[in-house]
Design a binder for this molecule. Sequence first.
Ligand SMILES: Cc1cc2nc3c(=O)[nH]c(=O)nc-3n(C[C@H](O)[C@H](O)[C@H](O)COP(=O)(O)OP(=O)(O)OC[C@H]3O[C@@H](n4cnc5c(N)ncnc54)[C@H](O)[C@@H]3O)c2cc1C
Length: 396
Amino acid sequence: MGASLFIMRNKTDAVVIGGGALGASIFYYLTKLGMKDVVLIEKGELASGSTGDSAAFIRQHYSNDVSIQLVKKSLEFFQGFNNEFSCNNVFVNTGWFFLVPHHAADVFDSNMIRLKNEGIKTWSVSVSDLLDELPGINTDGIGRVAFEPESGYVDPHAMVEAVVNQGVKNGGEFTINNPVIGIDTSGNTSIVKTSAGDIDTKIVINAAGPWAHQIGLWMDIDLPLEISREQDIMVRPNNDASTITRCVSNMVDRTYIRAEPDGLVLVGTGHPKENEPANPDLYKKEADQEFVAETSRLLGHRFPSLSGSEVVKSWAGLYTITPDWNMILDRSPVHENHYLAVGGSGHSLKISPAMGQCLAEMIVFGEAKTVDISDLNARRFDTGQIVQSTYGGNRN
Ligand SMILES: Cc1cc2nc3c(=O)[nH]c(=O)nc-3n(C[C@H](O)[C@H](O)[C@H](O)COP(=O)(O)OP(=O)(O)OC[C@H]3O[C@@H](n4cnc5c(N)ncnc54)[C@H](O)[C@@H]3O)c2cc1C
């Protein structure tokens, strides 16, 4: 779909490093805002990092202003995706249930008021009504339930490909299988060194996901990022009557569950849990046996009809985590023509459209216009003004 094996331009206005959800979105919006001379560089295939491993839930139950505003804008993007990018079924609107334990009922209630005040379409559902929506569910331990009719999930590979393709139509260029191997920051412009040649560029954007720390060092900045391994499984329900028609985030058992279009069911475990530090170039990409067994057990406990389902696939991807579990989305404090979109922290696929738009606006217009992203500034871990959230972890 138009990736060049060699970079055609050796001088450009902007280089985006990383072809995941963030890099793709920034690339697309830069070209959409009129910056034609933009090159996206990806060391593997598009979406071959965290994005391709993502469970890809799109839900709106956040608990801080900046994330709520970003997810609202991003949902509009997903709802218009098929028209804008001439695709089918990239965003699947299943609706989303959030199951909350009794001990978190108070914070849940106040957060629901906040979400409604901020215009999110969501409401509480009684535990008995939940049985109509998710027949056979074991309701033990569920204190509160939220429903979001407009939420669902995306196909992350199809999303990134469509978005990058449109950026190319808008005048940008991208290369794959072409690692950035260094950045020379000594001049007025930057020289981005790649295995296919050097590019002299006015602007560099670091959207390298789990590898962002290394790119950061080449940008002369030591980014506060921690990498953690995150596992998922896919099961085949052992009867045709799968009860999972919606996306479900289950804070009671710390699981997330959703069906694929072919009827397989994806299951992962949420937070709180220990981080599992990993080297992005050298980590185990299949799930551990203990994880598979425990996640299957939790699935069967909550949905007894799925007990004993065959596990057909398992994998592990990477979270890139900042100290407050929110991205750094800002101009670099070190070089004014360097920008950072790093630290997806386990929940940033769903907000990548608006984040890309905001960073592109900052680059083109000098400030983000769509959402005020100043809370995601790069200096907040030094000043102590971190982003607050109710639930913590990737729930945020
Ligand atoms: C198992 C799992 C489940 C998740 N579930 C959800 C979810 O349900 N909902 C949600 O919103 N989020 C979820 N997330 C988080 C979400 O997937 C990430 O926040 C998001 O994908 C991060 O995108 P990114 O573009 O920053 O990083 P990435 O997708 O990792 O992209 C970075 C890219 O940069 C490239 N790169 C790195 N170094 C170089 C280099 N030197 N030269 C060139 N290219 C380079 C990499 O190859 C990679 O493709 C999940 C993540 C995982 C792992």
